[in-house]
Design a protein around this ligand. Structure first.
Ligand code: SF4
Length: 90
């Protein structure tokens, strides 16, 4: 159905899906199409983080493979400097 890889080393425990004894939470909507998504028992997990929701809580996941281009930041114009420059030019 999908070409998502299976989560390696995953086992089903009473509390949920775990890898090496670490419980995993399913991915969140924002993870969609990320290359790190793995499938197990019809659920999707992240191969890099046990808790994707927490990864996204602080902003964009820094390991996301599907939205690198929008990182931005450094190329941004400093609005204060830009307005000073505009004022001088008048
Ligand atoms: S790397 Fe980040 S975006 Fe990709 S599946 Fe994991 S938590 Fe989601």
């Amino acid at each position: 159905m999908s070409n998502v890889k299976t989560l390696e080393g995953a086992v089903k425990t009473e509390e949920g899906i775990a890898v090496n004894g670490v419980l995993l939470s399913p991915i969140v909507d924002k993870c969609d199409t990320c290359d790190r998504i793995r499938e197990f028992e019809d659920q999707k997990f992240c191969s890099s983080y046990p808790n994707p929701a927490r990864k996204w809580a602080a902003g964009r996941c820094n390991f996301a493979t599907h939205m690198k281009a929008e990182a931005g930041g450094s190329a941004k114009v400093n609005p204060l400097k830009a307005s000073k420059r505009a004022a001088r030019g008048r």
